[in-house]
Design a protein around this ligand. Structure first.
Ligand code: UDP
Ligand code: MG
Length: 243
């Protein structure tokens, strides 16, 4: 049997809602990345009861790649991202957990960079950033860019968390650190990602960043609307008042 390059084991938690068209490609790219790295991994698909047949696609992928490599851990209905990670963690066997979106906005080619960064600095969290180095965003209209840049700017000014991209959700955590942070995190939606970084900082965990190119989803729809923006502003105020 071929041994991994290290003793590390990476569990990738992939929350899905109507990602039937994206799932085969993202899984293939993840497997390709880990095969090149020669590291041990598993993918945990947490599907929120997608009506589009995402779970059927996941089952076909399990048949191809094996149930040890692809776990399908569905939930009955759309319960949101934060709780999807909590659900996925229970099944994770890895000592590291990578969370990423399934819509190809987070390209698996960045995974080796996350792993390399963690190894170099031995940090607790590596977070992808669109706002440093050669990171960036492609495919967003001016409105969405404006919202994201403004949200990050206002947050930086108010909270000064020392992380350049607070609302991103492509991250690598030591498993015990993710479990600890998530158990104390109270927010949902976009604020969830931001509170996780603020909690990590205030708890003394070490955080490093990797520039990522974020590409807007090709298939399907995003859920960002006025409601999320208002939630974000409220959540930011709450964090500002409490940290
Ligand atoms: N997602 C989910 N449950 C939901 C909404 C979204 O599991 O209730 C997944 C979705 O399939 C994707 C990720 O969470 O993998 C991010 O969602 P989306 O791309 O819609 O958010 P955006 O990129 O617009 O912020
Ligand atoms: Mg997306």
């Amino acid at each position: 049997m071929k041994m991994g390059a290290t003793d590390n084991f990476y569990s990738i938690i992939l929350p899905t809602y109507n990602e039937r068209e994206n799932l085969p490609l993202i899984i293939w790219l993840i497997i390709e990345a880990f095969t090149k790295l020669n590291e041990k991994f598993e993918v945990i698909i947490v599907d929120d009861g997608s009506p589009d047949g995402t779970q059927d696609a996941a089952k076909q992928l399990q048949a191809i790649y094996g149930e040890d490599k692809i776990q399908l851990r569905p939930r009955a209905k759309k319960l949101g991202l934060g709780s999807a990670y909590i659900h996925g963690i229970q099944f994770a066997t890895g000592n590291f957990i990578i969370i990423m979106d399934a819509d190809l906005s987070h390209h698996p080619r960045h995974i080796p960079q996350f792993i390399k960064k963690q190894r170099e600095s031995s940090c607790d969290v590596v977070t992808g950033t669109r706002y440093r180095g050669n990171g960036g965003v492609a495919g967003w209209d001016l409105k969405r860019k404006f919202i994201s840049v403004t949200a990050n700017y206002v947050t930086q000014t108010l909270l000064n968390p020392g992380v350049s991209d607070l609302t991103g959700s492509f991250r690598l955590y030591r498993k015990e650190v993710l479990v600890d942070l998530i158990s104390r995190c109270t927010s949902k939606g976009y604020v969830f990602q931001m509170e996780m970084m603020c909690l990590a900082r205030s708890s003394g965990y070490t955080i490093d960043e990797v520039p990522i190119a974020f590409v807007d989803r090709v298939y399907g729809e995003s859920k960002l609307g006025a409601g999320e923006i208002i939630q974000f502003a409220k959540g930011l105020m709450k964090l500002f008042a409490t940290t």
